[in-house]
Design a protein around this ligand. Sequence first.
Ligand code: FAD
Ligand code: SF4
Ligand code: SF4
Ligand code: SF4
Length: 460
Amino acid sequence: MRGKHYHFDHLKRDVIDADLCTHCGLCIEACPVDVIGTSSPSEGSLPELIGDCPACDICVEICPGKTVDFDHLRTEHQEDSTSFNDLLGTYKNIYLGHALDPDVRGSGSSGGAITALLLHAKSHDKVDGALVLSEEDDRPYQFRSRIVETEADIRKAAQSKYIIPGQMGVGDITNYRKRLAYVGLPCQIHGIKKLGGIRPRWTQQFEYTIGLYCGDTLYFSATAELFKRFGITDYSQIESVRYREGAWPGNFEVTLKDGRSYAISKYTFNYLSFLFDVDRCHVCTDITAEFADISVGDGWKYEGKSPDGGWSIIVTRNGKGEELVQSAVEAGDLRVEEVTLSEALKMHAHSLDNKKVGTFLRIDRRRQQGRAVPEYNLPTPQVGIRRKLDERLVALLIATMRSLPVRFCLDRLPLPWLEAFLYRMRETWKWWSQGNLKSLKSGTGDLLQIAAPAPKETLT
Ligand SMILES: Cc1cc2nc3c(=O)[nH]c(=O)nc-3n(C[C@H](O)[C@H](O)[C@H](O)COP(=O)(O)OP(=O)(O)OC[C@H]3O[C@@H](n4cnc5c(N)ncnc54)[C@H](O)[C@@H]3O)c2cc1C
Ligand code: SF4
Ligand code: SF4
Ligand code: SF4
């Protein structure tokens, strides 16, 4: 018999009040007596107790906010993976691909690969439903996870939403007794893995897990900031909000009921990360959804070179994931071409540096400040003074951008000027931080030195 029983208070003290909540929403869904709700966006969209907690342990044990044992999960996740790389995790094959249906490709975030896989799995009787994130019925500027079972609903849910859902629960996954494809961010996949560890019956219906690459996610205030910039004050007039609309990489676009629409490019949208991203994302070390069956992100290799549409990077992690991708290819639903490990790493080199090096520098810093930090059971990478200084530079930049005088100016800068300024900043940072990628060591050596296709490392 176990000696201790965790109450929601433990989750509140060790995760929520300690700034470690990823907003994955899993505690809300997993609570067997449904006593966890979500606070309002103005209060940070955090889990809150809305009833009596009988201290059943579950929310505390499955929460990925404080502890994710990568060492353990990587071993468990090896299954029939054939390769391992310390930046990418375990994998079987790496592809660039896109949906072959032009509508699915066009309405997706990158290549529409996830929607194509979900549609294929459904039409070929591999799953009954899919967990997706789609707009709320009465508030199209808010989103919620739900299990959908029709082709139309899967299509409707396409495209990334860079926002914490208004209601964070993750659908009714623990009560769904049919075959489910689960789509989620890396931290949501961590929670699912932990849930499966303590309640295998609750996740045995997950036929496939599809993870999104993830750099960070944003509070609703990021979206509200753009509404303000566009002069939209009456949200009841909003017809739709899309974060990756139009030609890849797409635009943030809001359309009103009277037909007017406003847009800014995805690149300009990115500046909101400096102002409104979730604090916990700064100490997250998983960009590629390492523990999903299939991971999908933007296939940047063809950025600016693919006039007919976007591409997704698709990493199959095990036989199940590989089988689904191959089945979709054979049925003519998905096109893929293989890419090397080296290409895959280079495509996301800056993000990998941020999450596989920067995260650990930030964790060290927070520890020195006496703040709570997540535990990953991973070694801290050794880096030089230049990389450490750059990390401090970024922290300073974020603090400056969040300061009132700078916010005042940014808010009043005309959009074309803001776009030009951000473009210049992005290019300068890419140039400046090239040197840092040298410290991004992986199992294949120095990332920048990888010229030829790197041999796959076979797991022993
Ligand atoms: C918050 C966030 C951050 C991201 N950061 C990066 C990054 O740094 N680098 C990178 O390469 N890619 C990132 N991505 C992934 C990228 O934006 C695309 O989602 C990915 O390339 C898949 O595109 P697709 O066209 O194949 O998928 P689509 O066919 O567009 O399907 C996307 C699926 O994801 C689901 N979905 C959308 N938003 C969410 C969400 N917030 N939570 C859970 N499910 C969701 C949708 O319901 C849909 O089923 C991020 C995505 C999100 C949501
Ligand atoms: S389970 Fe997810 S939403 Fe709940 S406290 Fe933990 S990180 Fe936050
Ligand atoms: S009943 Fe269990 S899952 Fe629900 S809040 Fe209490 S400890 Fe958490
Ligand atoms: S950066 Fe990490 S913690 Fe933040 S939303 Fe993405 S996966 Fe979750």
